[in-house]
Design a protein around this ligand. Structure first.
Ligand SMILES: [Zn+2]
Ligand SMILES: [Zn+2]
Length: 190
């Protein structure tokens, strides 16, 4: 189920976004028996789901993102095509999966957590939160962020009124006016 990449041996943080955007397949050491593979960054967690196109037992394939020189040893490599990539996924941030999880469990956690900023959310509660906030987003009474105290008016003038966002903090509609960056940070917080 897992193909593990050591970030000290392969520049995963640069390579994966590049290959994802180009939709180019690339080789990862290892082999899986499941319908798709999850790419794990060693010590961090799962960052991507990939389709395995081909498995080859060869010397290390050419790739500009290797950080260490190749020797001439032969290993099994999977040629993978990224289906989804997310460096901020809860499975990365909190190592939510454990080695006893089955492929089905990891797949469910991966797809439910996708695009949710932290483990305090499910897809449903996060979408409901954003919906509620969009309902409250009429004209803000202030141009100053409640959290970082920046007055956006000094940078953006009258436009500042359109930039402040409403963040619901309680169970009802109680909330605070915040700048977009602080709002994003609040959603990421556990
Ligand atoms: Zn702020
Ligand atoms: Zn919010």
């Amino acid at each position: 189920m897992l193909l593990t990449i050591d970030p000290l041996e392969y520049d995963v943080w640069t390579a994966l976004p590049a290959y994802f955007l180009e939709q180019s397949p690339f080789y990862v050491k290892g082999v899986v028996t499941t319908p798709t593979a999850f790419i794990e960054v060693k010590g961090r967690g799962i960052v991507a789901e990939a389709e395995v196109l081909l498995v080859e037992t060869v010397t290390r394939p050419e790739d500009p993102y290797w950080l260490i020189p190749a020797d001439d040893s032969v290993s099994t490599y999977s040629l993978v095509d990224l289906l989804q990539l997310d460096f901020h996924h809860p499975l990365l941030r909190n190592n939510l999966f454990d080695s006893n999880d089955t492929y089905e469990v990891v797949r469910q956690k991966w797809s439910e957590g996708y695009r949710v900023p932290s483990t305090k959310w499910t897809r449903e509660t996060y979408e409901a939160h954003l919906f509620l906030e969009s309902q409250m987003a009429a004209a803000p009474s202030t141009t100053t962020c409640t959290l970082c105290h920046t007055d956006l008016q000094s940078q953006y003038g009258p436009l500042a009124h359109q930039l402040l966002e409403y963040h619901v903090t309680g169970s009802g509609r109680d909330g605070i006016w915040v700048c977009p960056t602080c709002h994003k940070a609040q959603h990421y917080k556990e």
